[in-house]
Design a protein around this ligand. Structure first.
Ligand code: BGC
Length: 399
């Protein structure tokens, strides 16, 4: 599909989302917003709504909505910026997108500046879920609706809505992939996690543990790099504190260098028998590439299966090249469309669609999690290229 057609189809999808968000029955069950990632909505949207009606019916988001994203250091968030810009530009909106550069103080400055400019809706991915509570409270005090985008703001009642993927399902998909690739017993398992300041890191780990723990208990896997995880390996369900103890040992802090250094030190500490054909739970694509490179460089590692998430271009290429085993596609087009639909709902005086809630330590935040898709070499063309997620021209040696 050409880029131009893709843009048009995306615009139609977004506009149909916005139109359904504007319709009186919005909060019930708008069909357009239910088009899940698995169905690749871009190809199905044209029948939903005529694009020409949107500009006159949609409220002006320009100046009314501000977006704050956590960092430019990871392709994931650059992608969110680009997908927001594509969607907003196609719909004729001018919305400011600011980056917090991995710094909660900068994040607060960004939020304050958007409040001063008079936004009515804030869409924000917190760098640190708990530290962002103060910024959310400042926005609430100024009458601004706060939409937590992808990551949940913790420990405050000043969060109106949470736009997210099903993060437990992400972890389960990663764990399931390792289980499906393993046979026999005694398979070495290396565990890695995201940043402890990110609530998602706990959800991903919880999902993975749901699937991996029974296979650790029955001897299929043997944990090689976390004494805390070994101490808890007979517990099917972990408390947040217990997960925190494990994550404290295996965190990458969502940082490539931290991930690489941790993997290298784990490999240095491991004996040759702890290596061989290994299984690696890596929490996302950036850390997966760093960890995979470290394992690939170890002479005692004969083969490895490594997980990821985000379907970053570099990791899709790693999958094509056999250097990363899988990724979890979280279709950012869907997340962006849902965030815009939620903002429109608030500007119209309505309420965004709620299918579940997430507890943030203080309240149950209304949310609408989206589905995710496991991608490996077998379905990479269908899931990534045919769906229009990334163009084939980004890759070499596609299967
Ligand atoms: C997001 C992931 C991302 C990670 C690191 C998580 O909160 O859900 O998609 O890879 O943060 O930025």
């Amino acid at each position: 599909m050409s880029k131009k057609i893709w843009y048009s189809l995306t615009a139609i999808l977004i506009i149909s989302m916005i139109l359904s968000a504007c319709a009186p029955a919005t909060t019930e069950a708008p069909p357009a917003t239910e088009a899940p990632a698995t169905e690749m909505p871009a190809t199905e949207a044209p029948t939903e709504a005529p694009a020409t009606e949107a500009p006159t019916e949609a409220p002006a988001l320009s100046g009314s909505v501000g977006i704050v994203l956590p960092t430019r250091d990871e392709p994931r968030w650059i992608q969110d910026e680009a997908r927001f810009q594509e969607a907003l530009t196609e719909a004729g909106y001018d919305v400011e997108i600011l980056f917090s550069e991995g710094d909660s103080a900068k994040e607060r400055t960004n939020v304050d500046s958007l409040i001063t400019k008079g936004i009515q809706v804030l869409i924000i991915t917190p760098h640190d879920g708990a530290a962002a509570a103060a910024a959310a409270e400042a926005a609430r005090a100024a009458g601004v609706k706060v939409i937590s985008y992808d990551r949940l703001i913790l420990d405050t009642d000043a969060v109106d809505y949470y736009v997210t993927f099903d993060s437990i399902a992400v972890g389960e998909a990663q764990g399931q992939y390792l289980v499906d690739k393993a046979s026999g017993t005694g398979n070495p398992l290396y565990l890695y996690a995201g940043a402890a300041t990110d609530n998602n890191a706990f959800l991903f780990f919880e999902g993975a543990w749901n699937v991996l723990q029974p296979k650790i208990a029955d001897g299929t896997f043997v944990i090689k790099n976390s004494s805390e995880a070994v101490a808890l390996q007979d517990k099917a369900e972990l408390t947040r504190d217990e997960m925190g103890q494990i994550i404290g040992q295996i965190t990458t802090n969502w940082d490539f260098n931290t991930a690489k250094n941790l993997a290298e030190s784990n490999l240095t500490a491991a004996s040759a028998e702890d290596k061989g054909n290994v299984f690696i739970l890596a929490p996302n694509d950036g850390t997966a590439r760093a960890i995979a490179d470290a394992f690939a460089a170890d002479a005692d590692v004969e083969s490895y299966v490594v997980t990821g998430q985000d379907a970053e271009i570099a990791s899709v290429q790693y999958i094509i090249d056999g250097k990363q085993s899988m990724t979890v596609l979280k279709d950012v087009r869907t997340l962006v469309a849902d965030a815009i639909a939620a903002a429109v709902a608030y500007l119209e005086g309505g309420t965004p669609e709620e299918t579940t809630t997430y507890n943030n330590g203080v309240i149950d935040v209304p949310a609408k999690p989206s589905e995710v898709i496991t991608v490996d070499k077998d379905n990479v063309v269908e899931a990534i290229i045919d769906s229009g997620y990334w163009p084939a021209s980004e890759f070499t040696n596609l299967p």
